[in-house]
Design a protein around this ligand. Structure first.
Ligand code: GBH
Length: 439
């Protein structure tokens, strides 16, 4: 129940950042103090969430934030990654909601008082519902609304924030939300995913100069998720490459190369994003850091209709069915490092849904401890191979609302009893605390 890294590991040096991460909709609750968002609506739609739950209370972090910051502090982390609920801080007319802004300022000040660096994500999927009413991310105008929101927030927060990320995982918002519809707003159709993705990337590019101007001292960038693509046979390699372009490179290539992957040229008109003159230059703004979220890999085979088809993940898998394959983490980092001129990299999320055994006041999660050990090693290997990884955040600080899985899947290094809202640090959390304090 201890994490071990080589004693000369760069991850054990003072300037490497260890943190924990959460997202607003997944932990806050406090629903009556904000405008509705697309996840409220999605949860209210029968059959969308595995346990028919919603985010009305979640971890009640809206009320329990002080004790949660004590908890974060007790883990000894250097940094805390949180997200801002757009519908809590901006009114329907676009003006600032001072009550919502003050809520976050209290949190930021409490973190700073404990020497914990705030890493703030502006968009972790909770789009204000009224903007979805105007087309959401299918409407180019939403990108300009996001820029305004970024302007209000960065002015209000002043110099409190160590790092801003514009978006968390544009892949999830666009593909899962607007193409396969298993996430809010639940829109389905191959004609929508790429269009939504383009407007999200445009919003990122429009907001970057605003962040740099209003918050010049913070590290400003974006968080992307990657699910590296594999093939079992030579014959399946082309299908796997296509999937990689479609699911992974689509979101990073425009940031560095001002272009979407080659496969865009083979896609029919009705699937094409609406790219206007200058858009690709706007998207490719310089970023101070790149956030990378990694959980698993995926194996593809060729398919006549869809070009690629994902094969069922082989064992070992986590509670949510994702394969445990840490070698993909190392090769992802080294391959991105070869493909692009990367700024410093933060691992902004990594973690696992695993079963917990609760006995008295002890929560045992040996499989999660093992997952973290394997993936910390994988990051260390990438650093040894020359990738400039400067920080690592565990997903997640505590069990929370796991999107379409509701409260059934637990990713926390802290256990949450949803009846009492009691938090108990799991074995995996205690091991994380020890790793950090023994540096
Ligand atoms: C993150 O998304 C989110 O940022 C966070 O809010 C969330 O709680 C956390 O992960 C856990 O889900 O079908 O085997 O190919 C991660 C999203 C996870 C999407 C892996 C693609 C592929 C699984 N990605 N998934 S597989």
């Amino acid at each position: 129940n201890k994490y071990k890294l080589p004693s000369n590991s760069a991850m054990l040096k003072k300037d490497f950042t260890f943190g924990v991460a959460t997202a607003s909709f997944q932990i806050e609750g406090g629903v009556s103090n904000r405008l509705p968002c697309i996840w409220d609506t999605f949860c209210a739609t029968e059959g969308k969430i595995a346990d028919n739950s919603n985010g009305d209370i979640a971890c009640d972090h809206y009320n329990l934030w002080q004790q949660d910051i004590e908890l974060i502090n007790s883990l000894g982390v250097d940094a805390y990654r949180l997200s801002i609920s757009w519908p809590r801080v901006i009114n329907q007319d676009g003006s600032a909601n001072q009550e919502g802004i003050n809520y976050y300022i209290q949190i930021l000040d409490a973190l700073l008082a404990k020497n914990i660096k705030p890493f703030v994500t502006l968009y972790h999927w909770d789009l204000p519902q009224h903007l979805e009413g105007n087309g959401g991310w299918l409407n180019r105008e939403t990108a300009y609304q996001f820029k305004e929101y970024a302007d209000v927030i960065t002015k209000a927060f002043g110099d409190r924030v160590h790092s801003y990320a514009t978006f968390n995982e544009p892949f999830c918002s666009s593909y899962l939300g607007y193409e396969v519809g298993i996430h809010a707003p639940g829109i389905k159709g191959k004609e929508f995913g790429r269009k939504a993705a383009h407007h999200i990337l445009l919003a990122h590019g429009l907001a970057m100069p605003v962040l740099q101007k209003n918050s010049p001292k913070s590290l400003n960038g974006i968080v992307l998720n990657f699910t590296p693509c594999y093939a079992n046979t030579e014959a399946d390699q082309a299908a796997s490459d296509y999937a990689d372009q479609y699911f992974n490179q689509w979101y990073i290539k425009p940031l560095f190369d001002k272009a979407y992957p080659e496969i865009i040229n083979t896609m029919p008109d009705w699937q094409q994003p609406d790219i206007q003159d200058g858009d690709m230059d706007i998207i490719a703004q310089p970023i101070d850091f790149l956030g990378i979220n990694f959980y698993t890999r995926a194996i593809y085979t060729s398919d006549e209709d869809e070009i690629y088809r994902q094969l069922p993940p082989p064992a070992p898998i986590t509670d949510i069915g994702w394969e445990i394959y840490p070698a993909a983490f190392t090769s992802l980092l080294t391959s991105l490092n070869e493909l692009y001129e990367l700024p410093p990299v933060y691992i902004t999320e990594n973690g696992a849904a695993m079963a917990d055994t609760i006995e008295d006041d002890k929560v045992s999660d040996f499989d999660r401890v093992n997952y973290y050990q394997l993936h910390l090693n994988a990051v260390n290997d990438a650093i040894e191979k020359g990738v400039n990884v400067v920080g690592y955040f565990a997903w997640s600080l505590m069990d929370n609302f796991e999107w379409a899985e509701g409260y059934l899947k637990r990713f926390g290094i802290v256990y949450v009893d949803y009846k009492t809202q009691k938090r108990t640090i799991k074995q995996s959390g205690l091991a994380y605390r020890d790793l950090i304090s023994n540096r």
